[in-house]
Design a binder for this molecule. Structure first.
Ligand code: PRX
Length: 648
């Protein structure tokens, strides 16, 4: 915990929407009278039928139900595109920067309208209707945003799957939501390397044989050769040639689903987090405006991938709802060189830059020179998201990248929350490196102890949110029981975030990381159970237990304890084979960093693995193992300690 405090820079106090006093007053109003507050705020988007009911939410045990603006009728694509046309037809909506630095494009709002309508017509011609699920498995190209907005235009529900996921993971997601249409590209391109997206889709469809996929729409990106199955697969450019650039936006109810996004939890397969239309868009738009202090004419860049929620809310929906210019980047931070981010900022005169701590830490290791040789004169505000940012990385980001003139907004939120919940506002909040600071409007965080007792003042415990906000997820797709069980049963009547947290004497929140069996690897959420089940699917593995451990660049690394089948000898080759196996089963982001072959795992007499002990060993805290007397065989612990793998 850092005790440094950074005041709001004078320039910011003048230019920002809100100062500290205004923040406090607005926050007070938002929690005193949520109906009145959100009733007004809901008008930031256009409604075909206005709402009369603002908030209808209940966290009651066994009966959780969340509805916002429920009798209003609107359309997300209309709000992100059409309503801007009278004033912004020629303004750039999307700047696209390719993996190859010589490639970029600018798409105006008029062009965005035409492209999205064409895409929607291509889908409509394939019988995609309101409520149908469409899986999008694409790289970071404008067509990915067109595809999302085209679904929204028709009232179809998109499920974007990160292009780094394996065919198996993709198959599971196609199956879970039963999508009959998949949108992909021939290949993806990242850091100069090609990713066989269409081939992965073919493999996924073969695996999800219980789902009938009627259409695969293939956008040409690299021109690499792919197999096209007649009758099922179609090239997007050929289909788009046959349709017009007009397509009516289908009016949908505020609570009509907008998208499903799969995310990892402590147990089982990834859950389909469901977000709906009206409340989500109001919340994404409002947070984008205030947290990034977005003003007319600003160029805004969020480096996330659209496969994650950050890409949904803060590359596509929030910025476009606000008529912003949003930059979409296909590449990676270190290709062709470690200056890439900063060169892109200079090339497109980026004012607001939002990235993840893991990228900051990796670039910090490369030294100051790749940063300082660029200008970055356009930069005004920096943001961080996805995991706790350590004070050293914060200081470097502030001093070297932002030259001490750019505030940093450390934004805490989750796939489930739809938008940012705890964050500084740049004109209002004094910053403490490593703290996400204070709640956004309408958000009531509480810190509770293990029994659910609400702690007051400076304290440490688990983070819950006491009441609903409009951007909150509505359910787990197809499994409302699981939704209630996962988020509302630990502390009945409250939304449990799964995060631990400290609140200091100034009321600032410091997120300490997950308190469940979820690990956060380079800002990507991974369930330990998922990696374990991938490992035990290998014929030579009898048992596996996976935990997180501190990793200098990734935040957390994946540490796997593996017990082999009788007669199988441990070896370096087998270690490599298992890493590759997990990459193939889930995707490269799930690769174990360290594998320890363990003849036995620490279990209680009833056979439950004591993960607490495995976590301590992986964290190198042998002296602090706690009570091991309930173990069936306490000697396994000594063996585990003596064979601990070294950190990379
Ligand atoms: O542990 C918290 C961490 O990321 C988790 C949510 O992951 P995901 O759903 O993938 O969404 C990431 C992008 C919103 C949280 O439970 N997390 C996210 N942002 C922060 C953070 N931890 C600390 N500080 C943050 N700013």
């Amino acid at each position: 915990m850092s005790d440094k405090i950074y005041d709001v820079p004078a320039e910011w106090a003048k230019r920002a929407f809100l100062d500290d006093h205004a923040y406090r007053a607005k926050y007070e109003a938002s929690v005193r009278d949520p109906e009145g507050f959100w009733g007004e705020e809901g008008k930031r988007i256009e409604w075909f039928e206005p709402y009369t009911i603002v908030k209808n939410t209940s966290y009651a045990p066994g009966n959780v139900s969340i509805k916002w603006f429920e009798d209003g009728v609107t359309n997300v694509a209309w709000n992100c595109i059409d309503r801007h046309l009278p004033t912004r037809a020629d303004q750039v909506a999307i700047i696209w920067e390719g993996d190859d630095p010589s490639q970029s494009r600018s798409i105006t709002y008029q062009e965005l309208h035409d492209e999205v309508c064409r895409f929607a017509n291509v889908l409509r011609n394939r019988n995609v209707e309101k409520g149908d699920r469409v899986t999008i498995y694409m790289p970071m190209i404008p067509e990915a945003a067109y595809a999302m907005l085209a679904c929204a235009r028709l009232g179809a529900i998109h499920s974007v799957v990160f292009g780094g996921f394996s065919p198996d993971s993709l198959a599971g997601r196609i199956r879970d939501c039963g999508s009959k249409v998949i949108i992909t590209t021939d290949e993806g391109l990242r850091g100069g390397r090609k990713v066989p997206l269409k081939a992965n889709v073919d493999a996924a469809i073969a695996k999800a044989s219980d789902v009938e996929v009627d259409h695969v729409i293939v956008v040409k990106r690299t021109g690499g050769s792919v197999d096209m199955k007649p009758g099922r697969d179609v090239w997007y450019h050929e289909a788009a040639d046959l349709v017009t650039s007009e397509c009516p936006a289908v009016p949908v109810e505020a609570e009509h689903p907008l998208f499903i996004l799969y995310t990892s939890g402590s147990t089982g397969l990834p859950k389909g987090v469901l977000h709906t239309t009206g409340g989500y868009l109001v919340y994404a738009s409002m947070t984008h405006q205030y947290v990034f202090d977005y003003h007319e004419g600003d160029v805004y860049w969020c480096t996330a991938d659209i496969g994650w929620v950050t890409g949904h809310s803060y590359i596509v929906y929030g910025p476009l709802a606000n008529g912003a210019t949003t930059l979409m980047f296909e590449g990676v931070p270190n290709y062709p060189t470690n200056s890439r981010f900063w060169e892109v900022i200079d090339k497109h005169k980026v004012n607001i830059f939002y990235t993840a701590p893991t990228a900051i830490r990796a670039l910090m290791q490369a030294g100051d020179e790749p940063v300082t040789k660029t200008s970055r004169a356009s930069l005004r505000l920096l943001g961080s998201v996805g995991e706790p940012i350590n004070p050293e990385a914060w200081e470097w980001y502030h001093r070297v990248v932002g030259e001490e003139r750019c505030p940093i907004v450390d934004t805490w939120w989750q796939t489930e929350t739809g938008g940012i919940l705890i964050t500084p506002l740049p004109g209002a909040t004094r910053l403490k490196p490593g703290s996400a600071t204070r709640p956004f409007f309408g958000v009531i965080p509480q810190v509770v102890d293990a029994e659910g007792g609400v702690l007051e003042g400076a304290c440490e415990g688990n983070l819950v949110i006491a009441d609903s906000w409009p951007g909150q997820m509505r359910t787990v797709y197809g499994d409302h029981e699981r939704f209630m069980q996962t988020y509302f049963s630990t502390y009945p009547g409250k939304y449990f975030t799964g995060d631990g947290c400290r609140r200091d004497a100034d009321g600032y929140y410091w997120i300490t990381g997950r308190v469940d069996d979820v690990i956060n690897v380079s800002g990507h959420r991974m369930g330990t159970a998922e990696v374990e089940s991938a490992l035990v699917a290998h014929p030579k593995v009898s048992e596996a237990a996976v935990v997180g451990y501190p990793h200098d660049i990734k935040g957390q690394g994946i540490y796997a304890y593996v017990t082999l089948m009788d007669g199988v000898e441990p070896s370096e080759d087998l270690r490599k084979e298992l890493v590759n196996w997990v990459r193939r089963e889930i995707g490269p982001i799930a690769s174990p960093d360290l594998i320890q072959f363990a003849p036995g795992l620490p279990k209680t007499r009833s056979g439950k693995i004591m993960r607490r002990i495995l976590r301590k060993i992986a964290e190198d805290e042998f002296g602090n193992l706690g009570d091991t007397s309930t173990l069936a065989d306490p000697t396994v612990v000594d063996d585990l300690i003596s064979h601990r793998q070294n950190k990379k």
